[in-house]
Design a protein around this ligand. Structure first.
Ligand SMILES: Cc1ncc(COP(=O)(O)O)c(C=O)c1O
Length: 392
């Protein structure tokens, strides 16, 4: 790496050896599927061994405690209070559990979201609308940008919850969550943040942001694979929340098999549902631990440097950039709104360049802590060449 004329070392590349898979292709898809840490294979082998050798005793010996332990690893990544993160299968379910705890009683029956939130969440809110919740979808402005002023104006005393993304999945725009959370608090509303596109690449501090609930998953920047979502609930609000979407594992004493009334656990387990997805949490942990050891601040610094380099190359090659340029506004992904984007994406995937295409915005490419600068340069050349071949 050359900076200011001097050659410096990219210390984060030392972690590359933990991700042998990145040697086999150009991995620019961590916004969609992070590379697999090599520790996952051994962790899953041990999981199978425990299942085989300990059988039912595994629950008591390791499995029952595991989601809480893994939740705490995650919690440290977002400066959550110990014991405030519960694990579940995915973000959709994490949000569904959280929202099931709100009563949306009129006049406070509004959910404020944005048109650029992830479709799974929008479908969930549509379901709530069928049950009487008034869903206010703040529209995007030109370039699919969400203007915080529009969001702030939509929040009032009729708002029960502001449910928005921290980083928008299409454009990688970072929203000013602290300002939105402040406004929500003033109006007496809760905040529920979908932090899937931020945690692991953009620093998140739930306490500094002042958010009440935050959901995320593991597949992307955390290199944790599918099946492991999580929900942070601030201890300020947790005791008052009684999820309707619940299950026996949320009970204070699940093994009493008490027919009810339900007595919810007083910690993060009150947000569990049924039997936890142990193998997914086992597979997710090595990625979380690596990200925690590196530190998201260092990941962000590198991400800003490499995404700036990608933007500069895009300008040089006349590839239109759709993601925000300002540092405070851009997440870890660079969006290139090139002609024939879907075709270009297919051709690049066929030659082991991992990236993706999203209708309406074009190509999404993301470097991560394991990306070398020469890969950044190469991927941008390959995109330029494919766009030219496609007639763009
Ligand atoms: C911002 C955001 N939220 C949610 C999801 C999906 O969440 P899940 O599949 O874990 O429900 C994605 C991507 O898959 C995303 O980018």
């Amino acid at each position: 790496m050359r900076e200011g004329g001097a050659t410096t070392r990219d210390r984060l590349l030392e972690w590359r050896r933990e991700f042998p898979t990145v040697e086999a292709n150009l991995h620019f898809i961590s916004h969609s599927l992070g590379a697999m840490p090599r520790g996952v294979e051994e962790a899953l082998r041990q999981y199978a061994q425990t299942w085989k050798s300990r059988g039912i005793r595994a629950w008591e010996e390791t499995w029952f405690a595991l989601p809480t332990e893994v939740g705490d690893v995650l919690g440290r990544l977002v400066n959550a209070e110990p014991g405030s993160v519960s694990m579940c299968e995915n973000v959709t379910l994490a949000e569904a559990v959280a929202l099931s705890a709100l009563d949306f009683a009129p006049p406070r029956n509004r959910l404020v979201c944005t048109a650029e939130d992830f479709p799974s969440m929008l479908y969930l809110y549509e379901g709530l609308a069928r049950r009487g919740v008034e869903v206010v979808r703040v529209p995007a402005r030109a370039g699919r940008r969400i203007d915080e002023a529009d969001l702030l104006a939509a929040i009032d005393e009729r708002t029960a919850v502001v449910a928005i993304s921290h980083v928008l999945f299409r454009t990688s725009q970072v929203l000013d969550v602290a300002a939105i959370a402040r406004r929500a608090r003033e109006a007496g509303a809760l905040t529920l943040i979908d932090a899937y596109q931020s945690v692991g690449t953009v620093p998140v501090d739930v306490r500094a942001l002042g958010v009440d609930l935050l959901a995320g998953g593991s597949v992307k920047w955390l290199c944790g694979g599918p099946g492991a979502g999580y929900l942070y609930v601030s201890p300020r609000v947790a005791p008052a929340l009684r999820p309707a979407l619940t299950g026996w594992m949320g009970h204070e004493r699940p093994f009493d098999f008490d027919p009810g009334p339900m007595r919810l656990h007083d910690g993060a387990r009150r947000f569990w549902t049924g039997t936890p997805a142990i193998p997914a949490f086992v597979a997710a942990r090595p990625g979380y631990e690596i990200v925690a050891q590196i530190g998201v601040a260092a990941i962000r610094e590198k991400s800003l440097r490499q995404t700036a380099r990608m933007q500069a190359l895009a300008d040089e090659y006349a590839l239109p950039v759709g993601s925000p340029r300002e540092e405070a506004r851009r997440g870890g992904t660079v969006v290139l709104d090139v002609p024939h984007a879907e075709e270009v994406c297919g051709a690049l995937l066929a030659s082991d360049v991992l990236l993706d295409f999203r209708p309406g915005v074009g190509l999404r490419l993301a470097p991560h802590f394991y990306t070398r600068d020469d890969e950044v340069d190469l991927v941008m050349k390959l995109v330029r060449d494919e766009v030219r071949k496609a007639g763009g």
